[in-house]
Design a binder for this molecule. Sequence first.
Ligand code: SF4
Length: 357
Amino acid sequence: MNDWELSSRDKSAFRRKLLTWFEREKRDLPWRHNKTPYRIWISEIMLQQTQVATVIDYYKRFMRAFPNIIKLAQADESEVLKLWEGLGYYRRARQLHSAARVVVEQHHGQFPDSFDEVLALPGIGRYTAGAILSISADQPHPILEGNTVRLYSRLMLLEEQTTTSQSQKELWKFAEHLVPRKRAGDVNQALMELGNRVCKPRNPLCTDCAVRLYCRARAEGKQKLIPLPKRPPKYEDIHEAAIVVKRSDKYLVRECQPGERWAGLWDFPRFEVTSTDVTSQLVSDLKGATGLTVSLVDLKQTIKHAVTRFRITLDCFEAKSIRGQLKGNTFFRWVDSGEVEELAFSVTGRKIAKTLR
Ligand code: SF4
């Protein structure tokens, strides 16, 4: 028996207190109405790395455009990315789209209800599969995500880094220990909500906590010391330059290709800065990539942006006296300002686009 295991009696009391709190306090969120697997799946993917408050409007717009999985599978990837613009981590949107196509091709358009089949879909890991099936179909699968990692590690008094494989194994075991045969979806949502709103990272609100009697960290006064702080991420600094090239009311833009940072999204011509003579380098890089000869005006703005492990400094220039013709097969296109609005741009590309108005 593990130190953290609750007796069956304590486990029942724990769930009862948790669910009573959840019934009273739960937020009215759009994905909590009509809990189909499709609606839960979209919400779970959007909520990865993103705050609830940010997701709500994106979720409503997405559901209006793609009310079911067939509509999503039939859409162009560019439409999906456009609705995702600004949410970040675009790989999620591309995988969502390809998973919808897999469901249509392999499961006749019905979201599967077996854990292994859900797990086999692109972009779905153990947590997401468990969340979808427990919340939409009340299947008894455990869950473990950011909020519950913190909550469980305090409840069970895990005094190790939570990211090691041993800790992850223990945390999943604890999650399995808590999940009931019935009302698994409610218990899982309640655990996430309690972690988010009560068992907060810096100042857990222990006196308001429905399950404080079962918390080992609180019993030892260690709630603020657990989980152990993460080692700081290693960032890579990148210096890039973008060029706004405008000819006869049209802007030169490029679709980012698979394997690139913003694959599937659009951007202004952009190059890594490798020379101290940035202007000459950009003129030469642009000519090589597009066939166009330009002269550059001064630096217009510098954008700082952090994405995943990259810290990007992006210098933005404007091109003048544009000569020559665009080469074929380059993924570059001339678009008017209306299309600049409609296309899905990278975050920094959109920041540049806003300055064009
Ligand atoms: Fe978190 Fe405090 Fe509740 Fe323990 S008692 S689960 S530390 S809020």
